[in-house]
Design a protein around this ligand. Structure first.
Ligand SMILES: Cc1cc2nc3c(=O)[nH]c(=O)nc-3n(C[C@H](O)[C@H](O)[C@H](O)COP(=O)(O)OP(=O)(O)OC[C@H]3O[C@@H](n4cnc5c(N)ncnc54)[C@H](O)[C@@H]3O)c2cc1C
Length: 452
């Protein structure tokens, strides 16, 4: 007996094409399979996982995308358990965090009284690396995770920066909040979107001890693909979709054509602009596909050949208002001790490094680090980078709404277009990150099975 009970038999003859083998696509495919559907997964690249990508080609196998699994991720954790994938907690960071605002490194504990701290009033006590969260905790009017789409809160679908300023957030706080967070530019993002993200972060208990997947994050989508009866079809970049009265058709860049009763498209909307639909989606869903944007996100992988932090006395992990934004010393799987560092860039700060060749980026990053931490000079090697915004299959790291967009299409974007359903990180009601992908995949699999 499947979770779908009486739908299982009715769905036995239903053919479904799932486009994209990220977490949303794979989770949907497994639910569809459990419900009795025949599932064909089409993936443009040559790997599963999408925005999960353990870079096993690089020393220490750093994560190009998602790393952390939170306790509140019930669907993700259930799937991990079901498939026998290992999950572990890393030890509490031993080194703490350094702050480098305005040039000089200090220890986080010294921030409230530092001359670099130009925040005002209560804000002075907020650590810069959690400033955005602390400020939003003060001003977020949303009572719960589902309130973001309710009519009474649509008045917050306006540019965040002026709204926050009118609520008493200082200019310096708004400046620091633009680093290493959702820094798409706080003018260009809907306050309602940030309020929603904040509620999601609270629910996900960000800041509590996260868990990590044994063998790297990619081990989860790989185990999900193994659990599918039909192999994922790689190198199948869908370029056109036709939704007819009885069938849906997907045409791939290599000329192959797949036909089915339904399609579930998990391509991030910003990347979906390269796919043509017949008939063309109109109304809210059409606007969402054309207009939804994604925050740029870049991970730059470094390795430290010697612990330079031991000679300058500051922790290797640091929050900065420099071009490096956030530098994290990674913990390694038990039994390994590779002093890997990751530079995590978000938003506008990505563009400069995304435009460089590997050689230029390596040179630029290590010399920026040496400016902040002279002791690192000659001790740090560049390994590689993952720039999600420049990859046409993603066009960014995470979706966000510009001012007015939640009101314009925040509800309509959840609707199917004919026989094509949509899911993915951008289409979760309540979940965030990996859990958002899992939630939306499950929901749309259920919707398709109900129609079968
Ligand atoms: C840098 C970074 C760090 C992150 N860290 C975390 C974290 O620590 N914890 C967390 O919970 N979340 C994190 N996330 C978010 C998480 O990775 C995503 O929410 C989740 O993986 C999205 O899954 P998805 O299936 O919706 O989309 P994707 O993973 O993007 O899957 C979409 C798939 O569609 C494929 N595709 C695209 N176009 C086509 C086409 N035309 N035809 C066929 N296939 C196509 C893509 O190749 C891809 O495989 C992070 C994201 C980024 C970018």
């Amino acid at each position: 007996m499947t979770a779908w009970g009486h739908h299982a038999r009715a769905a036995a003859k239903t053919d479904v094409i799932v486009i994209g083998a990220g977490l949303a696509g794979l989770n949907a495919a497994l639910h569809l399979q459990d419900g009795g559907a025949h599932v064909t997964v089409l993936e443009a690249s040559n790997r599963v996982g999408g925005r999960i990508h353990s870079r096993r080609d690089l020393e220490g196998a750093p994560e190009g995308g998602a790393r952390q699994v939170h306790d509140s991720y019930t669907r993700t954790q259930a799937r991990i358990k079901q498939l026998g994938v290992g999950l572990y907690k890393r030890p509490t960071p031993m080194h703490g965090t350094a702050v480098n605002i305005g040039g000089a490194a200090i220890n986080l504990k010294d921030w409230p009284s530092s001359v670099s701290n130009k925040l005002v009033g209560e804000e002075r006590g907020f650590p810069p690396n959690t400033l955005r969260f602390r400020v939003l905790t003060k001003i977020n009017p949303l009572p719960d995770l589902t309130a973001w789409r309710k009519p009474e809160f649509q008045k917050y679908d306006v540019a965040f920066k002026p709204l926050a300023a009118s609520l008493g957030v200082s200019a310096e706080a708004l400046r620091i909040m633009e680093f290493a967070a959702t820094s798409m530019g706080l003018d260009g993002v809907s306050a309602l979107h940030l309020f929603r993200r904040h509620k999601q972060s609270e629910a996900a208990e960000f800041g509590s001890t996260a868990r990590y997947i044994q063998g790297g994050s990619s081990a989860l989508p790989e185990a999900m693909a193994v659990a599918l009866r039909n192999d994922v079809h790689f190198g199948k970049r869908v370029r056109a979709m036709t939704s007819g009265l009885a069938k849906v058709e997907a045409r791939c860049a290599d000329g192959s054509v797949y036909s089915a009763d339904f399609a579930l498209c998990t391509v991030p909307f910003p990347a979906l602009a390269g796919v043509t639909f017949d008939p063309a989606p109109r109304g809210g869903i059409g606007r969402a596909i054309r207009e939804l944007s994604a925050v740029h996100a870049t991970h730059i992988h470094l390795i430290s050949r010697a612990p330079f932090w031991e000679s300058d006395g500051f922790p290797p992990t640091m929050f900065t208002d420099s071009p490096l934004e956030m530098v994290s010393k990674l913990f390694d799987e038990p039994g390994h001790d590779t002093p890997a560092l990751m530079v995590e860039l978000r938003g506008r700060g990505c563009s400069r490094f995304d435009a460089m060749s590997d050689a230029e980026r390596g040179q630029a990053i290590t010399s920026e680090l040496a400016k902040l931490r002279p002791a690192s000079k000659g001790k740090v090697d560049y390994l590689g980078a993952d720039s999600w915004a420049v990859n046409p299959l993603f066009k960014g790291g995470y979706h966000y709404f510009k001012p007015g967009q939640v009101t314009a299409f925040g509800a309509a974007m959840f609707e199917p277009w004919g026989r094509v359903h949509f899911s993915g990180e951008h289409l979760a009601e309540t979940g965030v990150g990996l859990e958002a992908a899992m939630e939306s995949g499950e929901r749309e699999a259920r919707a398709i099975l109900q129609k079968s």
